[in-house]
Write a new protein. Structure first.
Lengths: 737, 336
């Protein structure tokens, strides 16, 4: 009795847990159909109420594969042989070397072996006889102490890896900006697989993926002139922007920030041992220590986030403070009304937070409402702008307007930091804080001059730093640029995203620079990879591309689902007819099996593909097979004249070995499929493996629990569809016993 | 309800006849398959493949003319699961995949064909563009996958039973995969079935391996059990007994799974019907081979090795005859 209770609790728990994982899926698809049913006007209202739930459910639902919803699947590969050729010293390249590269290229096409190993072998074969070594060809590698062929190979191998990482970074950012919902970008070896569900225009996507990224150094404009321009933008927009259609929710709680502490230091490698470093004492500085809530055009009126009101209060407070300003435009209005008016008058500058510093080393002060004042009252100094992702989207929209563009001077471009900083460490945290920069239109210097960039730790402070080396041409210009812009900031821009904007500490001659201020090693590494963009000339090739039209996706779903229901229905019918009551119990188990399998898929954040549905169908077959095995065994035992209880118990026990064997062999093939298959096949394998495991629970454990429970309650006959004679026999035997 | 219970069929005694059947079917199937030619899908071949749907049905011939005129001579055309849907495949010089030219192929095809049929709107269903490297790689992996699966199963059965049984099981598997492969090649394109070799077919072959081993394992399992129960009984009798005892399960499972697959074959559309067909063949041969190849093989080897008393076979034949006789008499008695 006790064991049955434990069994029941286990079953109940698993069903409840499964429900917990499946609930978001159910909720998402029902919310989504609701959302799609309303028109665009009603959707704004709908979004303001349900958007959060919808997004939350979306993140946890079972996703549909590209074959089921349409989309674009692209596999790209970094052309490593081209990189090997490009990095070699142009003057040293001769025919044997070209031959080595060429054979490497051909072999790499057909092999999974690391390209660098293939190259090493071919180099030995083709160049070896000439007596020249790798060092003769790779003269600009910055090998450091260890100057040997092995070091060259290690460095080249590292370059290839970095080229892949960098390509991934660029692709990730571009896809992110392209705005496909839920893109998937995965890196395997030197391949990058991009999946864009729902994307249709492959030309556009291809353009996005294949253009070379450009690394540029641009001066940051952060003086009062920028603030003046922003005020002008406000004025342009003020009369024209209808508040009603800017109801975009932008939760702009800004976290503490520390980006302004990045600095550039001249550290010629030779000087490294020298512990006299300049300007290092001021390396870390608390920057904008603001945790202020910022105004945005948030008209959803959430209590506590009605920041427009706060901003207005602040501004009126300030204006009365300074002079009891008779020109206060909001005089005599209620606070709420002031907030509304302030928002209406400052549609642009309320999208971000403005922090003022007297100079790059001083403490920041929140001056978001400074735009209420006159340009003449804007103090000289450094201004920083912080915002969230939602704000970025809105600003991009506004900046695209011709009337706004007209007031922005020719040499000013607005750029945003590549990655937001968030305290939660959550991926895609909507509250992550980004920087907005105004930079010069033309680059001071482009990335081609960078020969190497590495992450490192500062010997003095132990902080992560990035070392950057330039060739002689670059070094000269860099010395010139840094000399002219001491205490100013230089933005490192890749693909129009700012990765760092360090303040120049001194004139950097000799081409070797050190960038401090990275928050952690990971960030330093990313910066190093980005800086190498110019040095790693590795083209990316598309080697596989699959596009599934949405209509085929829909068709696949309806056919897949129809055939699954039909198949399941017929099997259920067969079981119920052939094994009578036992069959009905088995049917229930099969249904629960599918339910549990789906729940595990949801919990694993797996994607359901068409082959996945196939896997589910095969699972149904396996589950039914398990019960057939058991029931046939029970019937045999009954035919031998065993009591009902004995027959049930023996049936399960004796069938168990066979069930374990069949399930294990199927799991073995499933694992092999997963290891050797790609995308959709892996989907099949995953569903199959999960389904088979679930079968052990449902077809064996659950059905047995049902029978034990019934027998415990005194049931004297169970109908497994056995011939009458046996049933009678068992009943009489039962009676005798 | 009950079918096939308490049978006393002499499976093992007829093994020599069925060896011939298996050999003939496999060899003839493979010859026919190679004569017909194996069609690789672009998963394994590389190239560009685009599927379109027309708003009005157009005869394939007319589309072919349009494709030829568009400059894609030698492009393959087939119906894609419906009269209004067509699949165009260009086995291009695959080295251009990744270059702008190859990438635009899908669109170019659509534009050119569309211009030949004004007023008949074409929808792009899918485009696959696969480089030669991926194709070759996948082919290699497919073969390795099937071989590794077989090796793993040989190991498992050896571990759970005996090496000889494992060998029998793997020979049965090879037979099933070869027959399924041969039939897939032979029936490719017949009744509108799309059975070219691609990744989905690979999945099907591996699932055939998994399922076919199930039947074998269940019979072996029963043999192991009966050995303990009926000590001293010779292996042939044991085997026949075990096969007969598991027959209801064998048939019921084969039937239900076949039922599921027939439905998949009919209703799942072009994307899964290759999978369903191959599995269906695999299930049927798997059921057959677990008896007439896996089990029979073990007996034949033991007889060859002299480990089974040759007289046992005669005794066994008499025994079976006797059982059959008894059953007949009992039935007659009941009838009276």
């Amino acid at each position: 009795m006790k064991s049955t209770t434990t069994r029941l609790i286990l079953i109940a728990l698993s069903i409840i847990a499964a429900g917990f994982f499946l609930w978001p899926t159910y909720k998402f698809y029902s919310l989504d159909s609701e959302r799609n049913a309303v028109d665009s006007v009603a959707r704004i209202k709908w979004d303001s109420i349900h958007k959060e739930d919808w997004e939350d459910a979306r993140a946890k639902r079972i996703k549909l594969g590209l074959d089921l919803q349409g989309g674009i699947y692209i596999t790209m590969e970094v052309d490593a042989p081209a990189l090997l050729l490009e990095t070699a010293n142009r003057d040293a390249i001769d025919d044997p070397f070209r031959k080595a590269i060429e054979t490497t290229e051909n072999e790499a096409k057909l092999s999974d072996e690391p390209v660098i190993d293939i190259f090493a072998r071919n180099f030995k074969q083709h160049v070896g006889p000439t007596g020249r070594t790798l060092l003769d060809y790779y003269t600009d590698l910055n090998l450091g102490q260890d100057i040997s062929d092995e070091a060259v190979l290690a460095k080249l191998g590292q370059n290839i890896n970095e080229a892949v990482n960098q390509a991934e970074e660029v692709i990730r950012r571009r896809i992110d900006r392209y705005g496909v919902s839920e893109p998937s970008i995965t890196k395997t070896g030197r391949r990058i697989i991009v999946e864009l569900p729902g994307a249709k225009n492959e030309e556009e996507v291809r353009g996005l993926l294949q253009t070379t990224a450009r690394l540029e150094f641009k001066l940051v404009k952060d003086g009062s002139d920028v603030v003046e321009v922003f005020k002008k933008i406000d004025q342009v927009l003020a009369g024209k922007v209808n508040l009603n259609d800017t109801t975009k929710k932008a939760d702009t709680t800004l976290a503490k920030k520390d980006t302004a502490a990045a600095k550039i230091d001249s550290t010629a490698v030779a000087k490294k041992g020298d512990s006299t470093k300049k300007g290092d004492s001021s390396a870390k500085k608390p920057a904008a220590d603001t945790n202020t809530q910022l105004a945005s055009n948030d008209s959803s009126k959430k209590p506590g986030t009605d920041t427009g009101k706060n901003a207005a209060n602040d501004s009126s407070a300030k204006t009365t403070d300074t002079a009891g300003d008779p020109n206060d435009p909001y005089k005599g209005l209620s606070d709420e009304e002031k907030g509304k008016r302030y928002l209406a008058d400052h549609p642009f500058t309320t999208l971000f937070q403005t922090i003022y510093r007297q100079n790059s080393d001083s403490k920041g002060e929140d001056v978001t409402t400074i735009y209420a004042g006159q340009p003449s009252s804007f103090p000289k100094g450094q201004y920083d702008f912080y915002l969230t992702k939602a704000g970025i989207e809105k600003i991009r929209e506004l900046l695209a307007r011709p009337d706004v563009r007209a007031v922005i001077p020719e040499d000013m471009v607005v750029a945003f930091s590549a990655h937001g900083q968030s305290d939660t460490k959550k991926k895609d945290d909507p509250n992550a804080v980004f920087n907005m920069f105004v930079v010069t239109r033309d680059a001071e210097l482009t990335g081609e001059v960078i020969t190497d960039a590495t992450k490192n730790f500062d010997n003095m402070t132990g902080q992560p730093v990035v070392h950057m080396d330039m060739n002689s041409e670059g070094a000269d210009r860099w010395a010139d640029i840094t000399g002219k812009n001491i205490k100013k900031r230089v933005a490192i821009v890749l693909d129009s995203a700012v990765y760092s904007a360090p303040t120049v500490q001194n004139r950097i001659a000799g081409g070797s620079s050190q960038i401090t201020g990275s928050r952690d090693l990971q960030e330093a590494e990313l910066l190093a990879i980005v800086l190498k963009a110019g040095a790693l000339k590795a083209p990316i090739k598309i080697i596989e591309e699959r596009i599934v039209g949405p209509s085929l996706g829909e068709d696949s779903i309806s056919k897949g689902v129809t055939s699954m229901f039909l198949a399941a229905g017929l099997v259920i019918l067969f079981m119920a007819v052939y094994y009578a009551f036992g069959g009905v119990v088995a049917d229930a188990a099969v249904i629960i099996n599918v339910y549990l399998t789906m729940a595990v898929l949801a919990a694993l954040q797996a994607t359901l593909t068409l082959p996945g549905i196939g896997g589910l169908v095969v699972t149904i077959g396996m589950a039914v097979d398990g019960n057939i095995l058991i029931y046939e065994r029970i019937r045999e035992e009954l035919a031998r004249g065993r009591s009902l209880r004995q027959a049930v118990s023996d049936g399960y026990n004796k069938a168990f070995a066979a069930i374990i064997d069949t399930h294990l062999t199927t799991i073995i093939t499933g694992i092999i499929l997963y290891v050797f298959g790609t995308g959709p096949i892996q989907g099949f394998a995953v569903t199959l493996i999960i389904g088979i495991l679930a079968t052990l629970f449902t077809a064996v454990f659950m059905t047995k629990t049902v029978f034990i429970m019934m027998l415990d309650r005194g049931t004297t006959s169970l109908n497994f569809g056995q011939p009458k004679s046996h049933k009678v026999a068992t009943e009489t035997q039962q009676a005798r016993a | 309800m009950q079918f096939f219970s308490h049978t006393h069929i002499d499976f093992i005694g007829k093994r020599r006849f069925f060896y011939w059947v298996s050999a003939v079917v496999t060899v003839a199937g493979l010859i026919a398959a190679f004569a017909r030619g194996i069609e690789f899908g672009i998963d394994f071949e590389g190239g560009t493949e685009a599927a379109f749907q027309f708003s009005k049905v157009v005869p394939l011939d007319e589309i072919r003319t349009a494709v030829d005129n568009a400059g894609f001579k030698g492009a393959e055309l087939k119906s894609y699961g419906g009269d209004d849907k067509v699949l165009v495949r260009v086995k291009q010089d695959t080295s251009i995949v990744g270059s702008g030219e190859a990438n635009k192929l899908g669109r170019t095809l659509q534009e050119k064909i569309q211009s030949a049929f004004p007023g008949n709107t074409m929808t792009l269903l899918k485009v696959d563009n696969i480089g030669p490297k991926i194709g070759q790689e996948m082919r290699g992996k497919a073969l390795i996958a099937v071989l590794v699966a077989m090796a793993a199963i040989l190991l498992y059965i050896t571990f759970r039973f005996e090496f000889l049984f494992g060998l029998g099981a793997v020979i049965a598997l090879v037979h099933d995969v070869l027959v399924a492969f041969a039939l897939a090649v032979i029936f490719n394109g017949v009744f509108g079935l799309n059975l070219e070799m691609n990744m989905a077919m690979l999945a099907a072959f591996l699932t055939v391996v998994g399922f076919s081993i199930n039947d074998t394992v269940i019979i072996f399992d029963r043999i192991r059990e009966n050995r303990k129960l009926h000590r001293g009984e010779n292996l042939m009798m044991l085997m026949n007994r075990s096969i007969n005892e598991t027959l209801p399960r064998t048939i019921n499972t084969a039937l239900t799974v076949a039922l599921v697959l027939v439905i998949l074959l009919i209703f799942s559309g072009e994307v899964l019907n290759g999978f369903a067909f191959t599995m269906l063949v695999g299930i049927l041969t798997g059921t057959y081979s677990s008896i007439y190849i896996a089990s029979a093989f073990v007996i034949s080897v033991l007889v060859k090795q002299g480990k089974l008393d040759p007289r046992a076979e005669r005794d066994f034949a008499e025994h079976t005859q006797r059982i059959i006789e008894e059953t007949r008499q009992r039935k007659a008695a009941v009838a009276r």
